[in-house]
Design a binder for this molecule. Structure first.
Ligand code: DGP
Length: 117
């Protein structure tokens, strides 16, 4: 599990690693996922480090959860997405591999995406 010092998303936020940015506000950045699982796949990432969703409220305050979801809606709107899926993996058994809280935005399918994972 990464700490702030070796966190890949902290490095992207700091501009030390490249990313394809699609949205930014004071407290969040959104960029394209490097391994997309849908035609459109963005990650919305709070700039303040917390390892996982269930620790984020403790670390950054419960209002940060709402602000993050608002940034998700803003990211989708800024990129013209009308239909999209929002997902958060919490913990390794759920598939979380980057331990800096983030929200996936998946979109861009041509038809119904009910069974897309
Ligand atoms: P999760 O499994 O929920 O922890 O999702 C982590 C996502 O982060 C995964 O879909 C791949 C993506 N990812 C990992 N490293 C990088 C990176 O260096 N740049 C970008 N843009 N995405 C990354």
């Amino acid at each position: 599990m990464s700490s702030v010092n070796d966190c890949i998303f902290c490095k992207i936020i700091a501009g030390e690693l490249p990313s394809e940015k699609v949205y930014e506000d004071n407290d969040h950045i959104a960029f394209k996922d490097i391994m997309p699982k849908a035609p459109v796949h963005y990650l919305v990432v709070p700039k303040a480090h917390s390892p996982r969703l269930d620790e984020m409220a403790k670390d950054n305050g419960t209002e940060a959860l709402g602000h993050m979801l608002n940034a998700v809606v803003k990211t989708a709107a800024a990129n013209g997405l009308s239909d999209y899926r929002v997902a958060v993996n919490v913990g390794p058994k759920a598939g979380q591999v980057v331990f800096h809280t983030h929200v996936h935005i998946l979109s861009g399918w041509s038809g119904m995406a009910r069974d897309v994972r």
